[in-house]
Design a binder for this molecule. Structure first.
Ligand code: FES
Length: 107
């Protein structure tokens, strides 16, 4: 299956994030830092709810970690590992994303 184009890299704040609903209904989000991107399923391991309290807000105020808006769990951007909060010891589910020709692609 060919990769799905999500958006242009420039469409995501640096650093920042963006949520997507894929054609098959999966909700994912992408975090950008510079030219690098990391993708995860948009579901908190604690209660399975989306992490963003408003669209495309996935990072903590200082933008150093991913933060769940419901109970404040924090996750490492690089691998989704929970660093603090009620789901300590679990992690976000990764989604393969990459940058190709200035576009963010999934798959
Ligand atoms: S639902 Fe995310 S920390 Fe509770």
């Amino acid at each position: 299956m060919s990769p799905t184009v999500l958006c242009a890299l420039e469409d995501i704040d640096d650093p920042g994030g963006k949520g997507f609903v894929l054609g098959d209904g999966r909700r994912i989000f992408v975090i950008r830092r510079g030219a690098g991107v990391h993708g995860y399923v948009n579901a908190c391991p604690h209660q399975g709810v989306p992490l963003d309290w408003r669209p495309d807000v996935f990072l903590s105020v200082d933008k150093s970690v991913i933060q769940c808006s419901t109970h404040g769990a924090q996750f490492r951007i690089e691998d989704g590992e929970c660093l603090s909060g009620p789901c300590l010891g679990s992690a976000l589910r990764p989604v393969p994303v990459a940058v190709a020709g200035g576009m963010v692609v999934e798959g």
